[in-house]
Ligand binder design. Sequence first.
Ligand SMILES: *Cc1c(COP(=O)(O)O)cnc(C)c1O
Length: 411
Amino acid sequence: MIQAMPQYGRQFSVLKQEMIARGRGDVQWRDGKTAVYVFNAGEDVTEVQKQGYLLYLSENGLGPAAFPSLKKMEEEVVGMGLSLLHGPQGAVGHMTSGGTDSITMAVKAARDYARAQGQAEPFNLVLPYSAHPAFDKAAALMSIDIRRVAVRPDYLADVAAMADQIDGSTIMMVGSAPSFPYGLIDPIADLSELAEARQIWLHVDACVGGYIAPFVEMNGVDLPAWDFRVPGVCSLSADLHKYGYCAKGASTIFYRSETFRDHMIFDHKAWPAGRMVTPTLAGTRPGGAISSAWAVMNYLGVAGYKQKQQCVTRARAHIEVGVTKMGFEVLGAPQLGIMAFSHPELDVFALYKRLYERGWVTSLCTQPKALHLMLSPFHETVVDQYLTDLAWAVAQVRAGATDAVTEVRYS
Ligand SMILES: *Cc1c(COP(=O)(O)O)cnc(C)c1O
């Protein structure tokens, strides 16, 4: 679509009203009926995100020497992440624009590390079928092959089957903590043993779990080992803009050692404006994404996150009980903020459509067909409403309202 730019500008007060009006057609996520795309930790946290962002809105993370303020805030954000994820002595990290960026950079680091080791190309990545498409995107960009391996009947990575796919050109194995489709933590310790035995880089994709799992554990839940306490984990991605409740455009990528990390950094000087060293994919980086993350983490602190994450896990447990009573089967035993549940008789894609008619915007799994929820602290207040509407949807579908969603798509 080509659209002419207005010849003369308009007052921002007018534009602002128009912008607000345009948002009325969007999902009304503030009412708690959306369980995908957005995270709602309460209005106070949103306000800290905004104010924290605005203070460094115009500054640029590309120039840490010019903005020592941002450099220090980024170091502290990364440092807090490393402490939560039990980074060993010598572990390092960086902020990126999001999970896809973090994963792309980890794949780039693993690729350049493999090249330095003299591994034979074309390279390949071995990942569970439940892993995020960001790996496929990174592999497509770098002409790396992808070997997706079916998960076990319990929806976790099949380590033995992954072992069969590994060869001399495998540069990375992946496990998720948790996977997005099922919300389940893969057997990272078993993947680590395999990775160490075969001398392969293991990446843990904790994009959606990295900033909830540590606090769930502090709240007394026994989680399988998934972070840097597992010795074979070389790199780990964790998104601040998901369960870290930071403004969007903020993720972290961590490495066990500087040796691994050094293969991520791009250092270039063959052009007429001097040397440019960029650790991540971006050149210019929004200062606000860094300052906002720093503000939210320091606003909540460990106690604040523990409390927020308890709301999430309580909501999940409450929904588990409710849907089980209605005859649904929860896939595996989710412990964090994502859950999926199937139904032995009813078409969940039809149930989804009924729920959507009642204003619910959530997700779906395709294998098996299941309803999917990515819960926020705010959802604790709408759990009963969800279960009531789900019971209504079940009755509708049983009564013949079986027209269903035909495609599951994020776009
Ligand atoms: C969200 C997510 C990603 C990608 O992160 P973006 O910030 O959307 O780019 C990767 N892996 C998992 C498991 C995720 O949930």
